[in-house]
Design a protein around this ligand. Sequence first.
Ligand code: NDP
Ligand code: 8G0
Length: 460
Amino acid sequence: MSNIPSEPEFEQAYKELVSTLEDSTLFQKNPEYRTALKVVSIPERIIQFRVVWEDDAGNLQVNRGYRVQFNSALGPYKGGLRFHPSVNLSILKFLGFEQTFKNALTGLNMGGGKGGADFDPKGKSDSEIRKFCSAFMERLCQHIGADTDVPAGDIGVGGREVGYMFGAYRRLRNQWEGVLTGKGLDWGGSLIRPEATGFGLVYYVEEMMKYAGKGSFAGKRVSISGSGNVAQYAALKCIELGATVVSLSDSQGCLIAEGDAHFTPEQIEEIATVKLARKPLTAFSGKSSFKYIEGARPWVHVGKVDVALPCATQNEVSKEEAQALVDNGTLFIAEGSNMGCTQDAIDVFEGVRKTKGSGSIWYAPGKASNCGGVAVSGLEMAQNSQRLSWTREEVDEKLKQIMRNAFDNGLKTAIEYVQSAEGELPSLVAGSNIAGFVKVVCAMKDQGDWWGTGAPVNGA
Ligand code: NDP
Ligand code: 8G0
């Protein structure tokens, strides 16, 4: 990789995957998978484009737009669009890479992709958002389609932006099709899609709790970071299941409940309104019942919690913060965000898991624990193709089943490929990485994307 510019986030995601494959028996059993790794780690295609638009003052504005079409062996490229000033190719490549294996874990026919722009939606008027979304789609529309590449929202892109982009696509292509997910309910959206990532995350952790013999969410204290789509619905589901949510955060700071204080569903709803207006958490009227710590993340401030759910952005749990969670007796950590934990933080959690047996912390990587969002996007695609809509209950039940399967798959794969000590909980990070990788590279081999000698693939 020496002749290409450094891509820190992508290299981190790549090394994280490879280290778990190397620590397992996978390459001994299937040496030709090393060839597959070389192929699968390069995106099939990357589209980069200029987005020119006019702000409310009549000034020309220009941004960089991207779509990383990482892998299409299992289905059309699928993954969100991120609008954030930090967006660059390294971040979108890491997200597209993770998306490829995550989508495989859903069991649905979706390839992996990710896109976005370095556009900052904060402080923009509705008209500026609309103009930017139209200008962005004007450039992207020729590269996507219901059977080619199906984007969705992500950080900075919610229902409103998906609407503006869907309309732009429809007008430009003269085609009404399921080209984006996260659409409005009256024009092709799926029930439960807004809730899916947060709800799915909590369903996944319920499976962890059951397997570890640690009961249910009832009575547990939960620390959540972020206050956007994923954090809000994770919090609401935790509360519904009888848990107490004691933190939320945003890019400016965190709110921590002290004593018996905790977030109520009404407060989460108000926070949703604050965030829809792209205001900081300090604009939340209930703020005075909590401790607000400017510029901080919750983990070292939240005290004793049973569950920690990072739901904001990548690398939002450091080694020191991971250690603080361990020292405070946290039992479960599951990522709502993509690559929420640094490699050092994962090493802390995995180290404790290996040495302390079943009483220890158990870590779930985002590519398994947050796959509910993209899974329901897959269900939205299926409903669009059939021109029908499933009920809330039907989608929720399918989501639960998909999360159960993702958990079981990671668990069983870890037991099959990773040697573990007596009483040790299986590594969900290794199991999920191996399960996702094997599914994608087997499909690629069947389709002639790579070839080679060695032990037979597909057990043939
Ligand atoms: P939103 O834009 O709705 O919310 C993002 C939240 O994270 C906000 O509270 C935001 O704060 C905070 N945040 C964003 N960037 C940073 C940063 N650099 N530092 C600190 N805080 C930050 O996004 P989502 O809730 O949709 O996404 C959250 C995470 O979940 C992302 O990693 C995303 O990729 C992942 N994810 C999302 C899925 C989905 O369906 N939406 C599916 C699977 C994963 P502020 O309001 O101040 O900007
Ligand atoms: O629905 C999607 O394709 C989507 C949107 C936002 C994030 C993700 C993800 O899995 O990270 C998927």
